[in-house]
Ligand binder design. Structure first.
Ligand SMILES: Nc1nc2[nH]cnc2c(=O)[nH]1
Ligand SMILES: [Zn+2]
Length: 426
């Protein structure tokens, strides 16, 4: 049966960074018709009610109906060690991250963490994630099963590491290739699942492993490839030591066939001009992880400059380096980093990044992240007056963006009134 969701609707016709805030389509009394897991129609409440009198009506009043948030970079295995104190990247990985990731060797624990993480994501209005798993193949199975049980679109892959990680968290060039390939063949394209080839980052892979994964990607070009780049100065110096022949960090990936349009490069704070030009030329995507970048002390991503030169950019929490599951908190952090770099990012840019922008970065720009007929019906209903402080600020708003911005700056899971996943209410 068709469902008709009524409320205020926010969608986009194009990228507001390029076409201005007017790229947003706002309907004060809007409607979204959902049937068969997809959006069938978007319009005004009056029009769609008249055209579809049989549909079951869900009237959300003044609340905002939006595509669900899309988190383009998380580490679901780090759910239980979020908010670990006092370290920078390399020490943080060794002290907190690797010991916790080791625990997911146990399939029952992996299944429990994956379930907890996916439930937390949905609580926060995030309907799709691109996640790293651990080196253990069973951690990938756990993620895909957890997403499948909840009807979620998900992307993920086995994290490959064959050096500079503890015994028990290392594979080899050959086993990384073999296990990734087996998982990919089993899961890629099944239900709403996409496999992502996942070398963790240059320091934890030998040249042989990077080469093996580059070959695997060439053999399976419909898969994305995700990794990290240029997050902290110490990390960049270490990459230079480990790969002295490479021109720069990006060149390490390029040499081994790990640069291309389906590449997702997390953090990307300290890119050189050459790297930026090469990423732009190849059509690869960058993923901004603002709460992680402040929490681990990494630095200030150049959103305005990178968008101005035409880069494709998604937004992400980077759980558990990131300090919150909420894409609202993540938008707020992106805004604050923009301010520290001298550019106030318009609320329309921030919302776009968390929905259509992340979808585009994940190569899913024609599937999820937009309110348009044919798109998968992953929707959220957002209360724009979810706490007393937000409500009193919202009451003063003179236009739509002023009404939305307090929720971006101060909202969290309390603002998520309803979540629809694949056309079904949660
Ligand atoms: N933030 C973050 N950066 C990384 N670089 C390599 N691995 C990681 C990780 O797990 N988190
Ligand atoms: Zn990460």
């Amino acid at each position: 049966m068709a469902n008709l969701l009524l409320g205020q609707t926010l969608g986009y016709s194009s990228d507001p960074f390029y076409d201005g805030p007017a790229a947003a389509i706002i309907e004060r009394r809007g409607a979204v018709l959902v049937d068969g897991g997809r959006i069938q129609a978007v319009g005004t409440a009056d029009d769609l009610r008249a055209a579809h009198p049989q549909a079951q009506v869900h009237d959300y009043g003044e609340a905002l109906i939006s595509p669900g948030f899309i988190d383009a970079h998380i580490h679901y295995p780090q759910t239980a060690m979020i908010a670990s104190w006092g370290k920078r990247l390399i020490d943080w990985l060794n002290s907190y991250t690797f010991p916790e990731e080791m625990r997911l060797e146990d399939p029952a624990y992996a299944q429990a963490v994956a379930g907890t993480c996916m439930d937390l994501m949905l609580d926060h209005g995030t309907t799709t994630v691109a996640s790293y798993c651990t080196v253990a193949p069973q951690s990938v199975t756990a993620l895909f099963k957890a997403a499948q049980a909840r009807g979620m679109r998900v992307l993920g892959g086995k994290t490959c590491m064959d050096r500079n990680a503890p015994e028990g968290l290392r594979d080899t060039a050959q086993s990384a290739y073999d296990q990734s390939k087996a998982l990919l063949e089993q899961w890629h394209g099944r239900d709403r699942i996409s496999y992502v080839i996942t070398p963790r980052f240059a320091p934890t892979s030998t040249p042989e492993q990077l080469e093996a994964l580059g070959s695997l990607w060439a053999e399976h070009p419909t898969c994305l490839m995700q990794t990290h780049i240029s997050e902290q100065h110490e990390e960049i110096a270490w990459v230079k030591e480990l790969f002295p022949e490479a021109r720069d960090y990006l060149d390490v990936y390029e040499r081994f066939g790990l640069l291309g349009a389906g590449g997702l490069y997390g953090h990307a704070i300290y890119l050189t001009e050459r790297e930026r030009a090469r990423i732009r030329e190849t059509g690869a995507a960058l993923v901004h992880c603002p709460t992680s970048n402040t929490f681990i002390g990494s630095g200030l991503f150049d959103m305005a400059g990178l968008k101005a030169e035409g880069q494709r950019i998604g937004l992400a929490t980077d759980i558990g380096g990131g300090s919150n599951f909420s894409m609202l908190r993540t938008m707020a952090a992106a805004y604050e980093i923009g301010q520290l770099r001298g550019t106030a990012l318009h609320p329309s840019y921030l919302w776009w990044l968390a929905t259509a922008g992340s979808a585009q970065a994940l190569g899913l720009g024609d599937t999820i992240g937009r309110l348009a007929p044919g798109y998968e019906a992953d929707l959220i209903v957002v209360d724009l007056a979810s706490t007393p402080v937000i409500a009193q600020r919202h009451a003063q708003a003179k236009d739509f963006w002023e009404a939305l911005f307090p929720t971006i700056m101060m909202g969290d899971d309390r603002a998520i009134r309803a979540t629809w996943v694949g056309g079904n209410p949660r």
